[in-house]
Every structure is written in C-alpha cells, then in structure tokens.
Design a protein. Sequence first.
Length: 300
Amino acid sequence: MRAGFLIVLAIIVVAIPIFSQATAGAKPSFEVATVKPSDPGQRGSMIGMQPGGRLVISHVPLRAMLTFAYSIRDFQVAGGPSWMTSDFWDVEARAEEGSIPQPAGPPDPGKPSPMAIRLQSLLEDRFQLKTHTETRDLPIYELTIAKSGLKMRLSDDQTPYKPPERGAPPPSPLQAGGQMPRYSLRTGRGNLEAVAMNETNIVQTLSSLVGRIVVDKTGLKGLYDAKLQWTPDPAPGGGSAGAAGPGPGGPAGPEPGPAIDPNGPSIFTALQEQLGLKLDSTKGPVDVIVVDNVQKPSEN
C-alpha cells in the first residue's frame, strides 16, 4: 500500500489488537452516499470525518477503507483480490441529521465509531463485502520504556482535544512539509512526527510501521511530542506506512521527510536512542478479519 495516507478524524479512531463488529441486528447506515473510482492522476489520500455526520474518503483503496471501518491494521486483513489494494476510490457520505452523537470523552479503541459502523454498511452494500473473523496466534511486540529512560517529551500544553462544534467549517488543509497542528501525527518513509498525541495513537502507528500488533506496556499518560528518524527496510511495507492524525489538519500528500541515511539505525534502534522506548518480540492472540466475498461497485 502506498505511503502518504492522512486520516483526519473528529475524534481519535485507531486500530488495536482486539476489534469488534457491530452488535446483533441491523447496522446503521448513511442517509446518502456516493462511490466512484478515483482520478488516476490524483495525489494524496484521505479518510476524513467532518462535522454534521459527513465522511469524505479521497483516493483510498478498499483495503484501507476496511481497516478504518473495523478498527484494525492492514496486517489484520486476510484474503480478498489484489484490486482491493491497487484500485482507488472516492466516497462521500452523510449520516442522518443528529444520528452521530457528540463524543463525551475519548473513544473506546476496541469498538468501531458510529461513523465506522456506517462505513461497514456501505462496504457491504456497494462492494458486496462479506467477512468473518478469526483469532490467530501471531508474532506481536511489547513496548516498554528502555533502560536508558524515556526520551520522548510531554507536550507543553496538555489541554485535551475538543472536537469541532456541529456546523463548524472544515479544518484547513495540512500542507506537506508545513507546520503540524496540535493533535496530529504523520509518517513518511523513515520518519514519524507527532504533536500533542497520546501514547495510544503513537503505539498504533508503530504497529502499522512494524507490521505487528504492539502491546503498550509503558504505562505512559498524557500528550506527547515526538520525532523519530530511521532507515526503513527496503522490503515492501518496511516503514513506509502512511500518516494519521485526528486533529484539525486536512489532507496532504506523501510526506517526503529528510533524506534517508543508508547507514542509519533501524526503527528498533531509533526508538531506543531517540525516544527511549523498546520493542520486544513475543507471540499473542490477534484478531483477523477474513474477506469471503467482495465485488467492485456499480455506478451510482
């Protein structure tokens, strides 16, 4: 999957090891929705939740939409045809007025958001998506504070993120290479930068970068600023995951970041030297969603 995804959410919705599908009964769905193939020449990708129950997806493959809809990571998706990764789509959808509740606090990371559940319904309807879940014993990482001590810095301002009011204008676009707003996180090939992000979001981004579930054993609380640079693995998927940011930023293209030093540290060494964090390999149960059926959607 290509680099440069930016996920802009009204509240933080990130993947974790254990995910759940909607409760029994009919899932809620969008009131109106359009799905169409992306312009082949388009650059940059976005999944954005906006005030008023609007979901805007721009130049995103089905596989990435599925990970958002079910609050999982790419490596937790099994099966499905190759076009789930190679074909890109634009989606605009709106929920019924008043059907998306204002968040009263941080979301439950083990439960897809109301908007994500509606996207599940859309994928089942337009893409004829059928899935089942399995729990597999797979390699995972445990994240701890390194013996040298924590080097990641608490953000000077610990004010919690407040979602925009209903009817507020959409956030200003986050320009590639520009100054990052608070509550945002982006990754490029061999670099990660976070501004006023909590440990949960940093951990889940690391999970995407290293291609395994990362279990947080640090016990860290609060909002952190972090900069991490490493030499990515040349193999496909080696540190080239996209970007995520729940804060006020908007869509941006792939973040090129600084020049890659071929003799630089691995992401594991960089974590210890630059952030004071350590990843230890182990095994554990991982929930996986298996694609049983999917079809390209017909014209709207």
